[in-house]
Design a protein around this ligand. Structure first.
Ligand code: AHM
Ligand code: MG
Length: 328
């Protein structure tokens, strides 16, 4: 069987566009390089903890923090290599980060280590990225230039550091999935043009927060738990606590992932620009749906780089069913 590496795949895709400059391809390769370095560190994190606890104090909490910052630094330094990116907005930085070359064509949003509370328990964590073109002739660039709706993304994706390291990305022509072969240090194509099942029997949310929810959502979750052979209910509940991982499972197995607004989080908890938009782009490109309950996530006009939104994302039929409960 012929193996296709991420590099080959990106170059092949780029060749389909005769006018392409190769900049976006380079950007994706830079992100993949940082992801490999992060993957290596993530795999060592447990042992670093043990070694740290052996000789020093308070290293456990420290090392968790360090891995977040390490991922942030690796991604930013990878993006700074090629003078293609002018600005980075990261969950780990309060303001925008201007890279050395302000003329760079792309603005990149990222959550360097999503689900970071999972580091402590050796469970799956991920990196999420979302890429926009900078508006033309805006010098100097302003923060407001980065406030573009998700429909303007030119590429997005995530890397998951789980039982294997996988990377999914889209440039608007379907979703491509790669698996890192650590022995050769290459991401190998594992699935081309991934499609999400039209319906699925898994719902994914923090059900412990039930008491904070609106009535409509409570009723929908009761619907998921009711017995009905025709619709394969009751559904299973799954919640990893790392959105990228929960959405990845939803992409492959179908179903719905929900992080709602609630009396505890009136605007939801997840971030529009570097969690919800990129994962919505992936899911939509695979044939799924993503909404905040009343509008398509990718059509929300952002007002603030770190703003939150409720999100309901997954298989078309599951999300449509939930919307019926919201409209009732
Ligand atoms: P993080 O990016 O700071 O790690 O937080 C985001 C994470 C999501 O990945 C996950 O879906 C959610 O927070 C879990 O939140 P909760 O603990 O409220 O269920
Ligand atoms: Mg996150």
């Amino acid at each position: 069987m012929k193996l296709t590496t991420l590099e080959e795949h990106i170059i092949h895709a780029q060749n389909k566009f005769p006018g392409a400059t190769g900049d976006l391809s380079q950007l994706l390769r830079d992100i993949a390089l940082a992801a490999k370095i992060i993957s290596r560190e993530v795999n060592k994190a447990g042992i670093t903890n043990i070694l740290g606890l052996d000789g020093a104090s308070n290293v456990h909490g420290e090392s968790v923090k360090k891995l977040d910052l390490f991922a942030n630094e690796q991604l930013q330094s990878a993006l700074g290599r090629s003078n293609i990116t002018c600005m980075v907005i990261s969950e780990e930085n309060e303001g925008v980060v201007r890279l050395s070359d302000e003329s760079g064509k792309y603005i990149v949003y990222m959550d360097p280590l999503d689900g970071s509370s999972n580091i402590d328990i050796s469970a799956t964590i991920g990196s999420i990225f979302s890429i926009y073109i900078r508006p033309e002739s805006k010098e100097p660039l302003r923060e407001v230039d980065a406030l573009q709706p998700g429909t303007k993304q030119v590429a997005a994706g995530y890397v998951l550091y789980g039982s294997s390291t996988v990377m999914a990305y889209t440039t608007g022509m379907g979703v491509q999935l790669f698996t890192l072969d650590p022995s050769i240090g290459e991401f190998i194509l594992s699935e081309e043009d991934v499609r999400i099942p039209e319906t699925g029997n898994i719902y994914s949310t923090d059900e412990g927060s039930y008491i904070y929810w609106d009535e409509a959502l409570k009723k929908y979750v009761k619907y998921c738990q009711a017995f009905d052979t025709e619709t394969n209910r009751p559904y299973k509940a799954r919640y990893i606590g790392c959105m990228a991982a929960d959405v990845h499972r939803t992409l492959l197995e179908g179903g719905i992932f929900m992080y709602p607004d609630s009396s505890k989080y009136p605007n939801g908890k997840l971030r529009l620009m570097y969690e919800c938009n990129p994962l919505s782009y992936i899911i939509e490109q695979a044939g799924g749906v993503s909404t905040n309950g009343s509008s398509r996530i990718m059509e929300i006009q952002p007002k603030e780089i770190h703003e939150c939104t409720p999100i309901y994302i997954g298989s078309k039929k599951n999300v449509e069913k939930l919307e019926e409960f919201f409209l009732a």
